[in-house]
Design a binder for this molecule. Structure first.
Ligand SMILES: [Zn+2]
Length: 421
């Protein structure tokens, strides 16, 4: 047969070769996600669930076995014939680093690939005003947490970082100068990548709180979830269809800058009467001082320099001044939550941050307001839960960001294998 340009070709075009490599990567990602989710499965199961051929599955599983991400055992109950081979996802094949960089603290967690905490360390630090010191401390805490976890750097898959700023998808290492002016010349992502030579992922802290809840916390079974962090200010993270909703320029979820009173106090963002100006820590402590004279029997009123933890403790003890302030917080937060329920209809709302420790003193007023101001459905039926992940929540979300990226793009695992070799 005469061979010419239109005849049968032994090799594919560049597009075909790239295309088949891409398809293989997609298949690899699909199998890896299934294996991660199932923890234990078999080649036959994978074939049934994906519709891929046995030979495709065998080839990819062989790669995964080679990389150490999957282990093979011959256990299991056989139905007469050969004992089935069980494939198990190796949760401890790598570790993840999650950094919670708050305005006034840094926390670092080291986890395995199933969010089991292997190391944790945290320290207060004036992050806002000292970027270089903050970077040094992050490095120190990562080293400490890795030592606790007995994990060498070569086993780290990636580093996730939560920051108290919106994160623009085009330049995630640049924090918003409006919130963190001293960080204007620092690229956080770049700096950490240079320090460690590892993939680094940066996202807003409330987004990561939401991600942690959706993967490991109160929203484990929810596809749509709202997380509200009530700390120094109020922020929210939204999970829509299982993914963080970042919105235009990464600014979604800025619930703290919802203006409830156009004649209210001026906010740092330039608007008036934002939620942050009404129930941010600073305002709550001003309120304690302003209202103190009307509460002669309040132990909180007697404090010379009240702090947030005093307010929370007093609320738990049903101190009348603290209860009045919590009623105010509950009305404002309840209004925000009711609007959120009407707009997004999440399956669950999870609250995190120090103020939630006030317990029923805060939840009663929140529930009352939600009942009074949200649509009848799904409003009051939507569970409003307190985070159970505690102070590690944001850091866990940061580690999960790196895990999510690796399950989406298994070449991250592969690149670590080479570096770690
Ligand atoms: Zn504002």
């Amino acid at each position: 047969m005469k061979s010419d340009a239109t005849g049968p070709r032994q090799f594919g075009t560049i597009e075909e070769i790239l295309g088949s490599a891409q398809v293989r990567e997609q298949h690899r990602a699909l199998l890896l996600r299934l294996l991660w989710r199932a923890r234990q499965t078999s080649r036959a199961d994978l074939a049934r669930k994906t519709g891929l051929s046995r030979s495709t599955i065998s080839a990819i599983v062989a790669d995964l076995l080679e990389s150490g991400l999957v282990e093979e055992t011959h256990a299991g109950v056989s139905s007469g014939g050969r004992k089935p081979i069980v494939l198990t996802f190796a949760d401890d094949a790598h570790v993840l680093v999650g950094v919670d960089m708050g305005a006034t603290h840094i926390g670092v967690v080291v986890t395995n690939l199933r969010a089991q905490v292997k190391g944790w360390t945290a320290r207060p630090f004036p992050v806002r005003t000292k970027p270089l010191g903050a970077l040094e401390l992050i490095q120190e805490l990562i080293d400490e947490a890795l030592a606790q976890a007995k994990a060498p750097k070569t086993r780290v898959l990636g580093i996730g970082v939560g920051v108290p700023s919106p994160v623009h998808p085009d330049h995630p290492g640049r924090l918003l100068p409006l919130i963190l002016p001293k960080w204007a010349d620092v690229d956080l992502l770049d700096a950490l990548q240079k320090m460690y030579g590892l993939p680094v992922f940066v996202d807003n802290d409330a987004n990561l709180g939401a991600l942690a809840e959706a993967w490991w916390g109160e929203g484990r079974h929810a596809n749509n979830l709202a997380f509200i962090k009530v700390a120094y200010g109020v922020g929210s993270g939204l999970i829509i269809d299982g993914r963080i909703h970042r919105g235009q320029d990464g600014t979604a979820g800025e619930i703290g800058h919802t203006s409830l009173d156009p004649n209210g106090p001026l906010c740092v963002c330039g608007l008036r009467g934002c939620i942050n100006t009404l129930i941010g820590t600073q305002r709550l402590l001003e309120l304690v001082v302003e209202r103190a004279p009307q509460f002669p029997n309040s132990s909180l009123a007697a404090r010379k320099r009240p702090a947030l933890e005093h307010l929370v403790a007093a609320a738990r003890e049903r101190d009348p001044l603290a209860l009045e302030i919590m009623a105010h917080v509950g009305r404002v937060l309840g209004t925000a939550i009711a609007n959120l329920l009407n707009l997004l209809a999440p399956e669950v709302v999870v609250l995190g941050g120090g103020l939630t420790e006030a317990g029923d003193a805060l939840f009663g007023p929140i529930q009352d307001t939600v009942r009074a101001t949200s649509l009848a459905r799904p409003g009051p039926q939507t569970p409003i839960q307190v985070s159970t992940l505690g102070i590690q929540g944001i850091a866990l979300g940061a580690a999960t960001l790196a895990l999510e990226a690796a399950l989406d793009d298994p070449s991250l695992f592969a690149s670590r294998q080479r570096l770690g070799a």
